[in-house]
Design a protein around this ligand. Sequence first.
Ligand code: SF4
Length: 375
Amino acid sequence: MKLLTSDPIHSGGLKAIIDMDKDLKGKTVAELGQIVVGLGQQKYLTKYIFQFVQTLGTTEVSQISSLSKAFREQLAEQGYYISQLKIIDKLTDPDGTVKYVFGLADGNKIETVLLFDGSRRTLCVSTQAGCAIGCVFCATGKIKLRRNLTAGEIVDQVNTACKDGHKITNVVYMGMGEPLQNYDALVKSVRILNHPAGKNIGSRHLTVSTCGIVPGIRKLAAEDIHPRLSISLNAPTDVLREKLMPINAKYPLSEVMSAAKFYLTRAKQRVTFEYVLIKGVNDKTLYAQMLAKLLTRTLQSSKDSGFRVDTSHTWRVNLIEYNPHPGCKFVASSAERIERFSKALEKAGVKTTVRFKLGQSIKAACGQLGADSSG
Ligand code: SF4
């Protein structure tokens, strides 16, 4: 991918075309190995490049001091460089949640949210600038898709938060964009973040959240690395879901659930369902009962197909209070409604967690990203 930039980090302030494919930050260890060998160098040098780029925060090829000067010059001559996100803004909510607004080399902006939960530091990263899916309750969907992020831009959200003093323990791909519509960069970033020579974040601490892109879920299940999967469901029927998430017309619930089951059985990794509760829209207790039926029916069919289901692999539901933002008239369900909904699910045997609003004053809460950065 080539970008036009006037960012001083990349071009000294002049307009220039930069070749994102030459960004060492977006390369997996395997890809770096090919570059190193292709340039006639010893393969063992690969890990030095990876470590300098991913864990030591090196921003210039010339600073990779474990390489010979001649090799560093060779890399630079070939156009290889190390990209760097620019922090445009950093906002902190009274509850501790931090929102970073990052500037990309071409002037686009993305948002990334850091959440604190005990010793856990979870970074909610973006995978696209904007989003093409258009879920009606989401601020990002209103900005439309500007472009996919590169793997380098995805992992650099984690690297920059670490540089800013936070040891990131978990990463959720739940920021701006639909991760499975930027599939290759997503999987590369999972490999980079998971690699022991880099950030070494275990696959159970990496969660990909999708609106239900069925081919993407199946493709991810067939990879040799499996992050956790989270599916944004928000309704137990096609009619209601389609009103909230137009993507349901393409991938209806039956197909989404079948793909979820496939992921569960193939990847043996937990699948969680997200359900944003909107007052008077999808928060009736009847819907909770229907949702429980949908989930248990699918789980039962997993058992019937011979998959041994243990408690750590069963479905879970995260209930999320709707977070208001300008341009959307929805209202959050009351605490009483949320509790009733949660109890109905639990009564039907579905593990349920209620996610309380975090980062609302800085518009860092779920569904609010991009509310202030669409310019
Ligand atoms: S909820 Fe996710 S998929 Fe839907 S519009 Fe927002 S960012 Fe896109």
